[in-house]
Design a protein around this ligand. Structure first.
Ligand SMILES: [Zn+2]
Length: 222
């Protein structure tokens, strides 16, 4: 009865309509399938992003690569720095001396291997957990000293303040605070730094593009 007489055309239309309906169901089906896929992709993306955040810093210290040894130059017996900052560092020391201030360099480039010994050895003998140790020393691979662009400075007339916060009361620190920027040096860990304790003796260079490139993400940790 359905394909006969005056209803023939009517039922042809019904078949065509059914095809359209079928296509609509297919669309919903794919939407249902793709929704969990989109969710899954989102989760993977979030996990990957968090992974990157963890790798980015460790206890507030950023990762730094070790300088190519060919770019190191000795600035004082036993103390080497990146060749880019050699002239500015010596000029700063010489000009301070003219003002009657005597800067002594305490530590420059340190290999990741040496930083490993410093970090874990001192952590052990001082009975500190890693997060405590990291407030005063960078974990290996996360020290500005491995770049050759960091220098620890003391007052040659007041060696008792070497690596001590009391260094901030010396003439050397006072002079550096006023003049260091002229030679492209700045404090790395000032009193406002959230993750690392104040280190008035630790200065870093920002007088070459390479130095700036290495340190340019530092502000993210503030
Ligand atoms: Zn230092």
């Amino acid at each position: 009865m359905a394909n006969q007489g005056p209803y023939k055309d009517f039922f042809d239309i019904k078949v065509a309509k059914r095809k359209v309906l079928k296509r609509k169901r297919n669309k919903s089906f794919w939407l249902l399938i793709s929704f969990p896929l989109i969710l899954f992709t989102g989760f993977v993306f979030l996990i990957e992003t968090n992974k990157n955040t963890v790798i980015l810093s460790l206890f507030g210290h950023l990762p730094y690569e070790e300088i190519d040894k060919n770019n190191l130059i000795e600035v004082q017996p036993g103390i080497s720095v990146h060749e880019d900052m050699y002239n500015d560092l010596l000029a700063m020391q010489r000009d301070a001396e003219r003002d009657g201030v005597f800067l002594v360099f305490l530590s420059g480039y340190r290999s990741i291997e040496l930083q490993k010994e410093i970090f874990f050895y001192l952590k052990s003998i001082r009975n500190q957990i890693a997060s405590e140790r990291a407030r005063v020393s960078a974990p290996p691979g996360f020290s500005e000293h491995s770049t050759g662009f960091a220098i620890d400075i003391g007052d040659a007339t007041n060696r008792a303040t070497d690596f001590e916060v009391e260094f901030e009361n010396t003439r050397a620190f006072n002079w550096l605070e006023t003049n260091a920027a002229k030679y492209h040096f700045r404090l790395s860990f000032d009193k406002d730094h959230q993750s690392v304790d104040y280190e008035p003796w630790h200065w870093r260079y920002e007088g070459s593009v390479e130095a700036l490139r290495i340190f340019n993400s530092e502000s993210e940790l503030k």
